[in-house]
Design a protein around this ligand. Structure first.
Ligand code: KG4
Ligand code: ZN
Length: 336
């Protein structure tokens, strides 16, 4: 049997996840134990609680991933695991687990960059997607515009100068009382609002046309809320959500399409939690149609953190020969 099965583990933030991926693009199982309900109580992810919960859940999640895939550890060819970037205590749980399985079974260990996982999520449902393409990665911790030159070969051409896109969504959601995680809640509320209701700034960084900045728009929302409070004016939260979202989406689409044109790339992919945003998907798709650029994005379940995407990335690293030793460590600020 020539199949290559990867057991993948992801624990970089607040989801404990394991998956089995066959030959790089076929997902045999994708188990996610989310801690969101737990962290909602505190308005955001509490690192210490995340680590402890990962320890409690990880064995069960892996067992379930193997059983849903109908395989045993003997059928696995390599263990893929996220080793950064992320919360150090959270990452350590997955890395220690993967190393233990690798040691116990003698199967090779492949450390995966979390962001490479997000990019690779696009391979799952788009069988004909192949490098080179342009990828916009928008998550809670990252906003990057990268040229995917080959599997695992990236050139970063743009990044955020301050807040990540998802971080801005989460902070604005908190300010208007929507709670954590804010992205999906803003997405939903924005559908009832007028996106031209309030004009929020669109940052343009002189000399760096592919860079982003979201702290300005976030501050503008906070200032708007303060001034309404001082004037004792009623705020329309749906209008704020829609107008804020429109400002963020505008810049994401503008810079991404400009980069695709400048670098002559006819294929764009989006990745990361914010890639699940319905307004971003719509605006990017309209923009790409206008320019004759192909667009793909993963289903929402593969946009937010999951282990299937880590298994896909691990597969392409594995067939290139990447192997990690039992000295693999968590690297919270791992560079792409
Ligand atoms: O990729 P992800 O699960 O974790 C990181 O690696 O950061 O991304 C989580 C981020 C959060 O900030 C969350 O609010 C945002 O993705 N997000 C969304 C949506 N779904 C998740 N933002 C906007 N619209 C959504 N529908
Ligand atoms: Zn992520």
């Amino acid at each position: 049997n020539n199949n290559i099965n990867i057991l993948a583990i992801e624990s970089s933030c607040d989801e404990t996840a394991a998956a089995v991926v066959k030959n790089g693009r076929t997902i045999l199982s994708n188990v996610i134990s989310s801690q969101i309900a737990l962290h909602t109580l505190y308005g955001g992810v509490v690192p210490e609680i995340a680590s402890r919960k990962h320890i409690e859940k990880i064995n069960q999640v892996i067992k379930q991933a193997l059983s849903e895939a109908n395989v045993t550890l003997q059928d696995i060819d390599a263990i893929g695991v996220t080793y950064g970037p992320g919360l150090v205590g959270a990452l350590l749980v997955g890395v220690a687990e993967a190393k233990a399985i690798s040691y116990g079974t003698g199967k090779p260990l492949v450390g995966v960059h979390h962001i490479e996982g997000h990019v690779s999520a696009n391979y799952i449902e788009h069988n004909d997607l192949q490098p080179p393409f342009l990828c916009l990665i928008v998550s809670g911790g990252h906003t990057h515009l990268v040229i995917v030159k080959d599997y695992g070969v990236y050139e970063i051409i743009g990044r955020t100068r301050d807040d990540a896109a998802g971080e801005a969504f989460d902070k604005v959601a908190r300010a208007i009382g929507l709670g954590y995680p804010g992205g999906p809640k803003i997405d939903k509320l924005a559908k009832e609002g007028n996106k031209k209701g309030i004009v929020f700034p669109r940052a343009h960084i002189e000399g760096s046309p592919y860079d982003f900045s979201f702290s300005g728009v976030k501050s503008a929302v906070l200032n708007y809320l303060n001034s309404c409070e001082m004037k004792k004016e009623e705020v329309n939260r749906a209008d704020i959500a829609a107008s804020f979202q429109d400002a963020v989406v505008d810049v994401l689409v503008r810079n991404t399409i400009a980069a695709a044109k400048d670098f002559n790339l006819d294929q764009i992919a989006i990745a990361g939690g914010v890639a699940a945003n319905s307004a971003l998907r719509k605006a990017m798709s309209d923009g790409c149609k206008e320019q004759g650029i192909k667009l793909c994005y993963p289903s929402p379940i593969y946009c937010t953190d999951n282990a299937a995407m880590i298994g896909v990335a691990a597969y392409y690293e594995f067939i290139k020969g990447t192997r990690h030793g039992l000295d693999l460590n968590a690297v919270p600020n791992l560079k792409i």
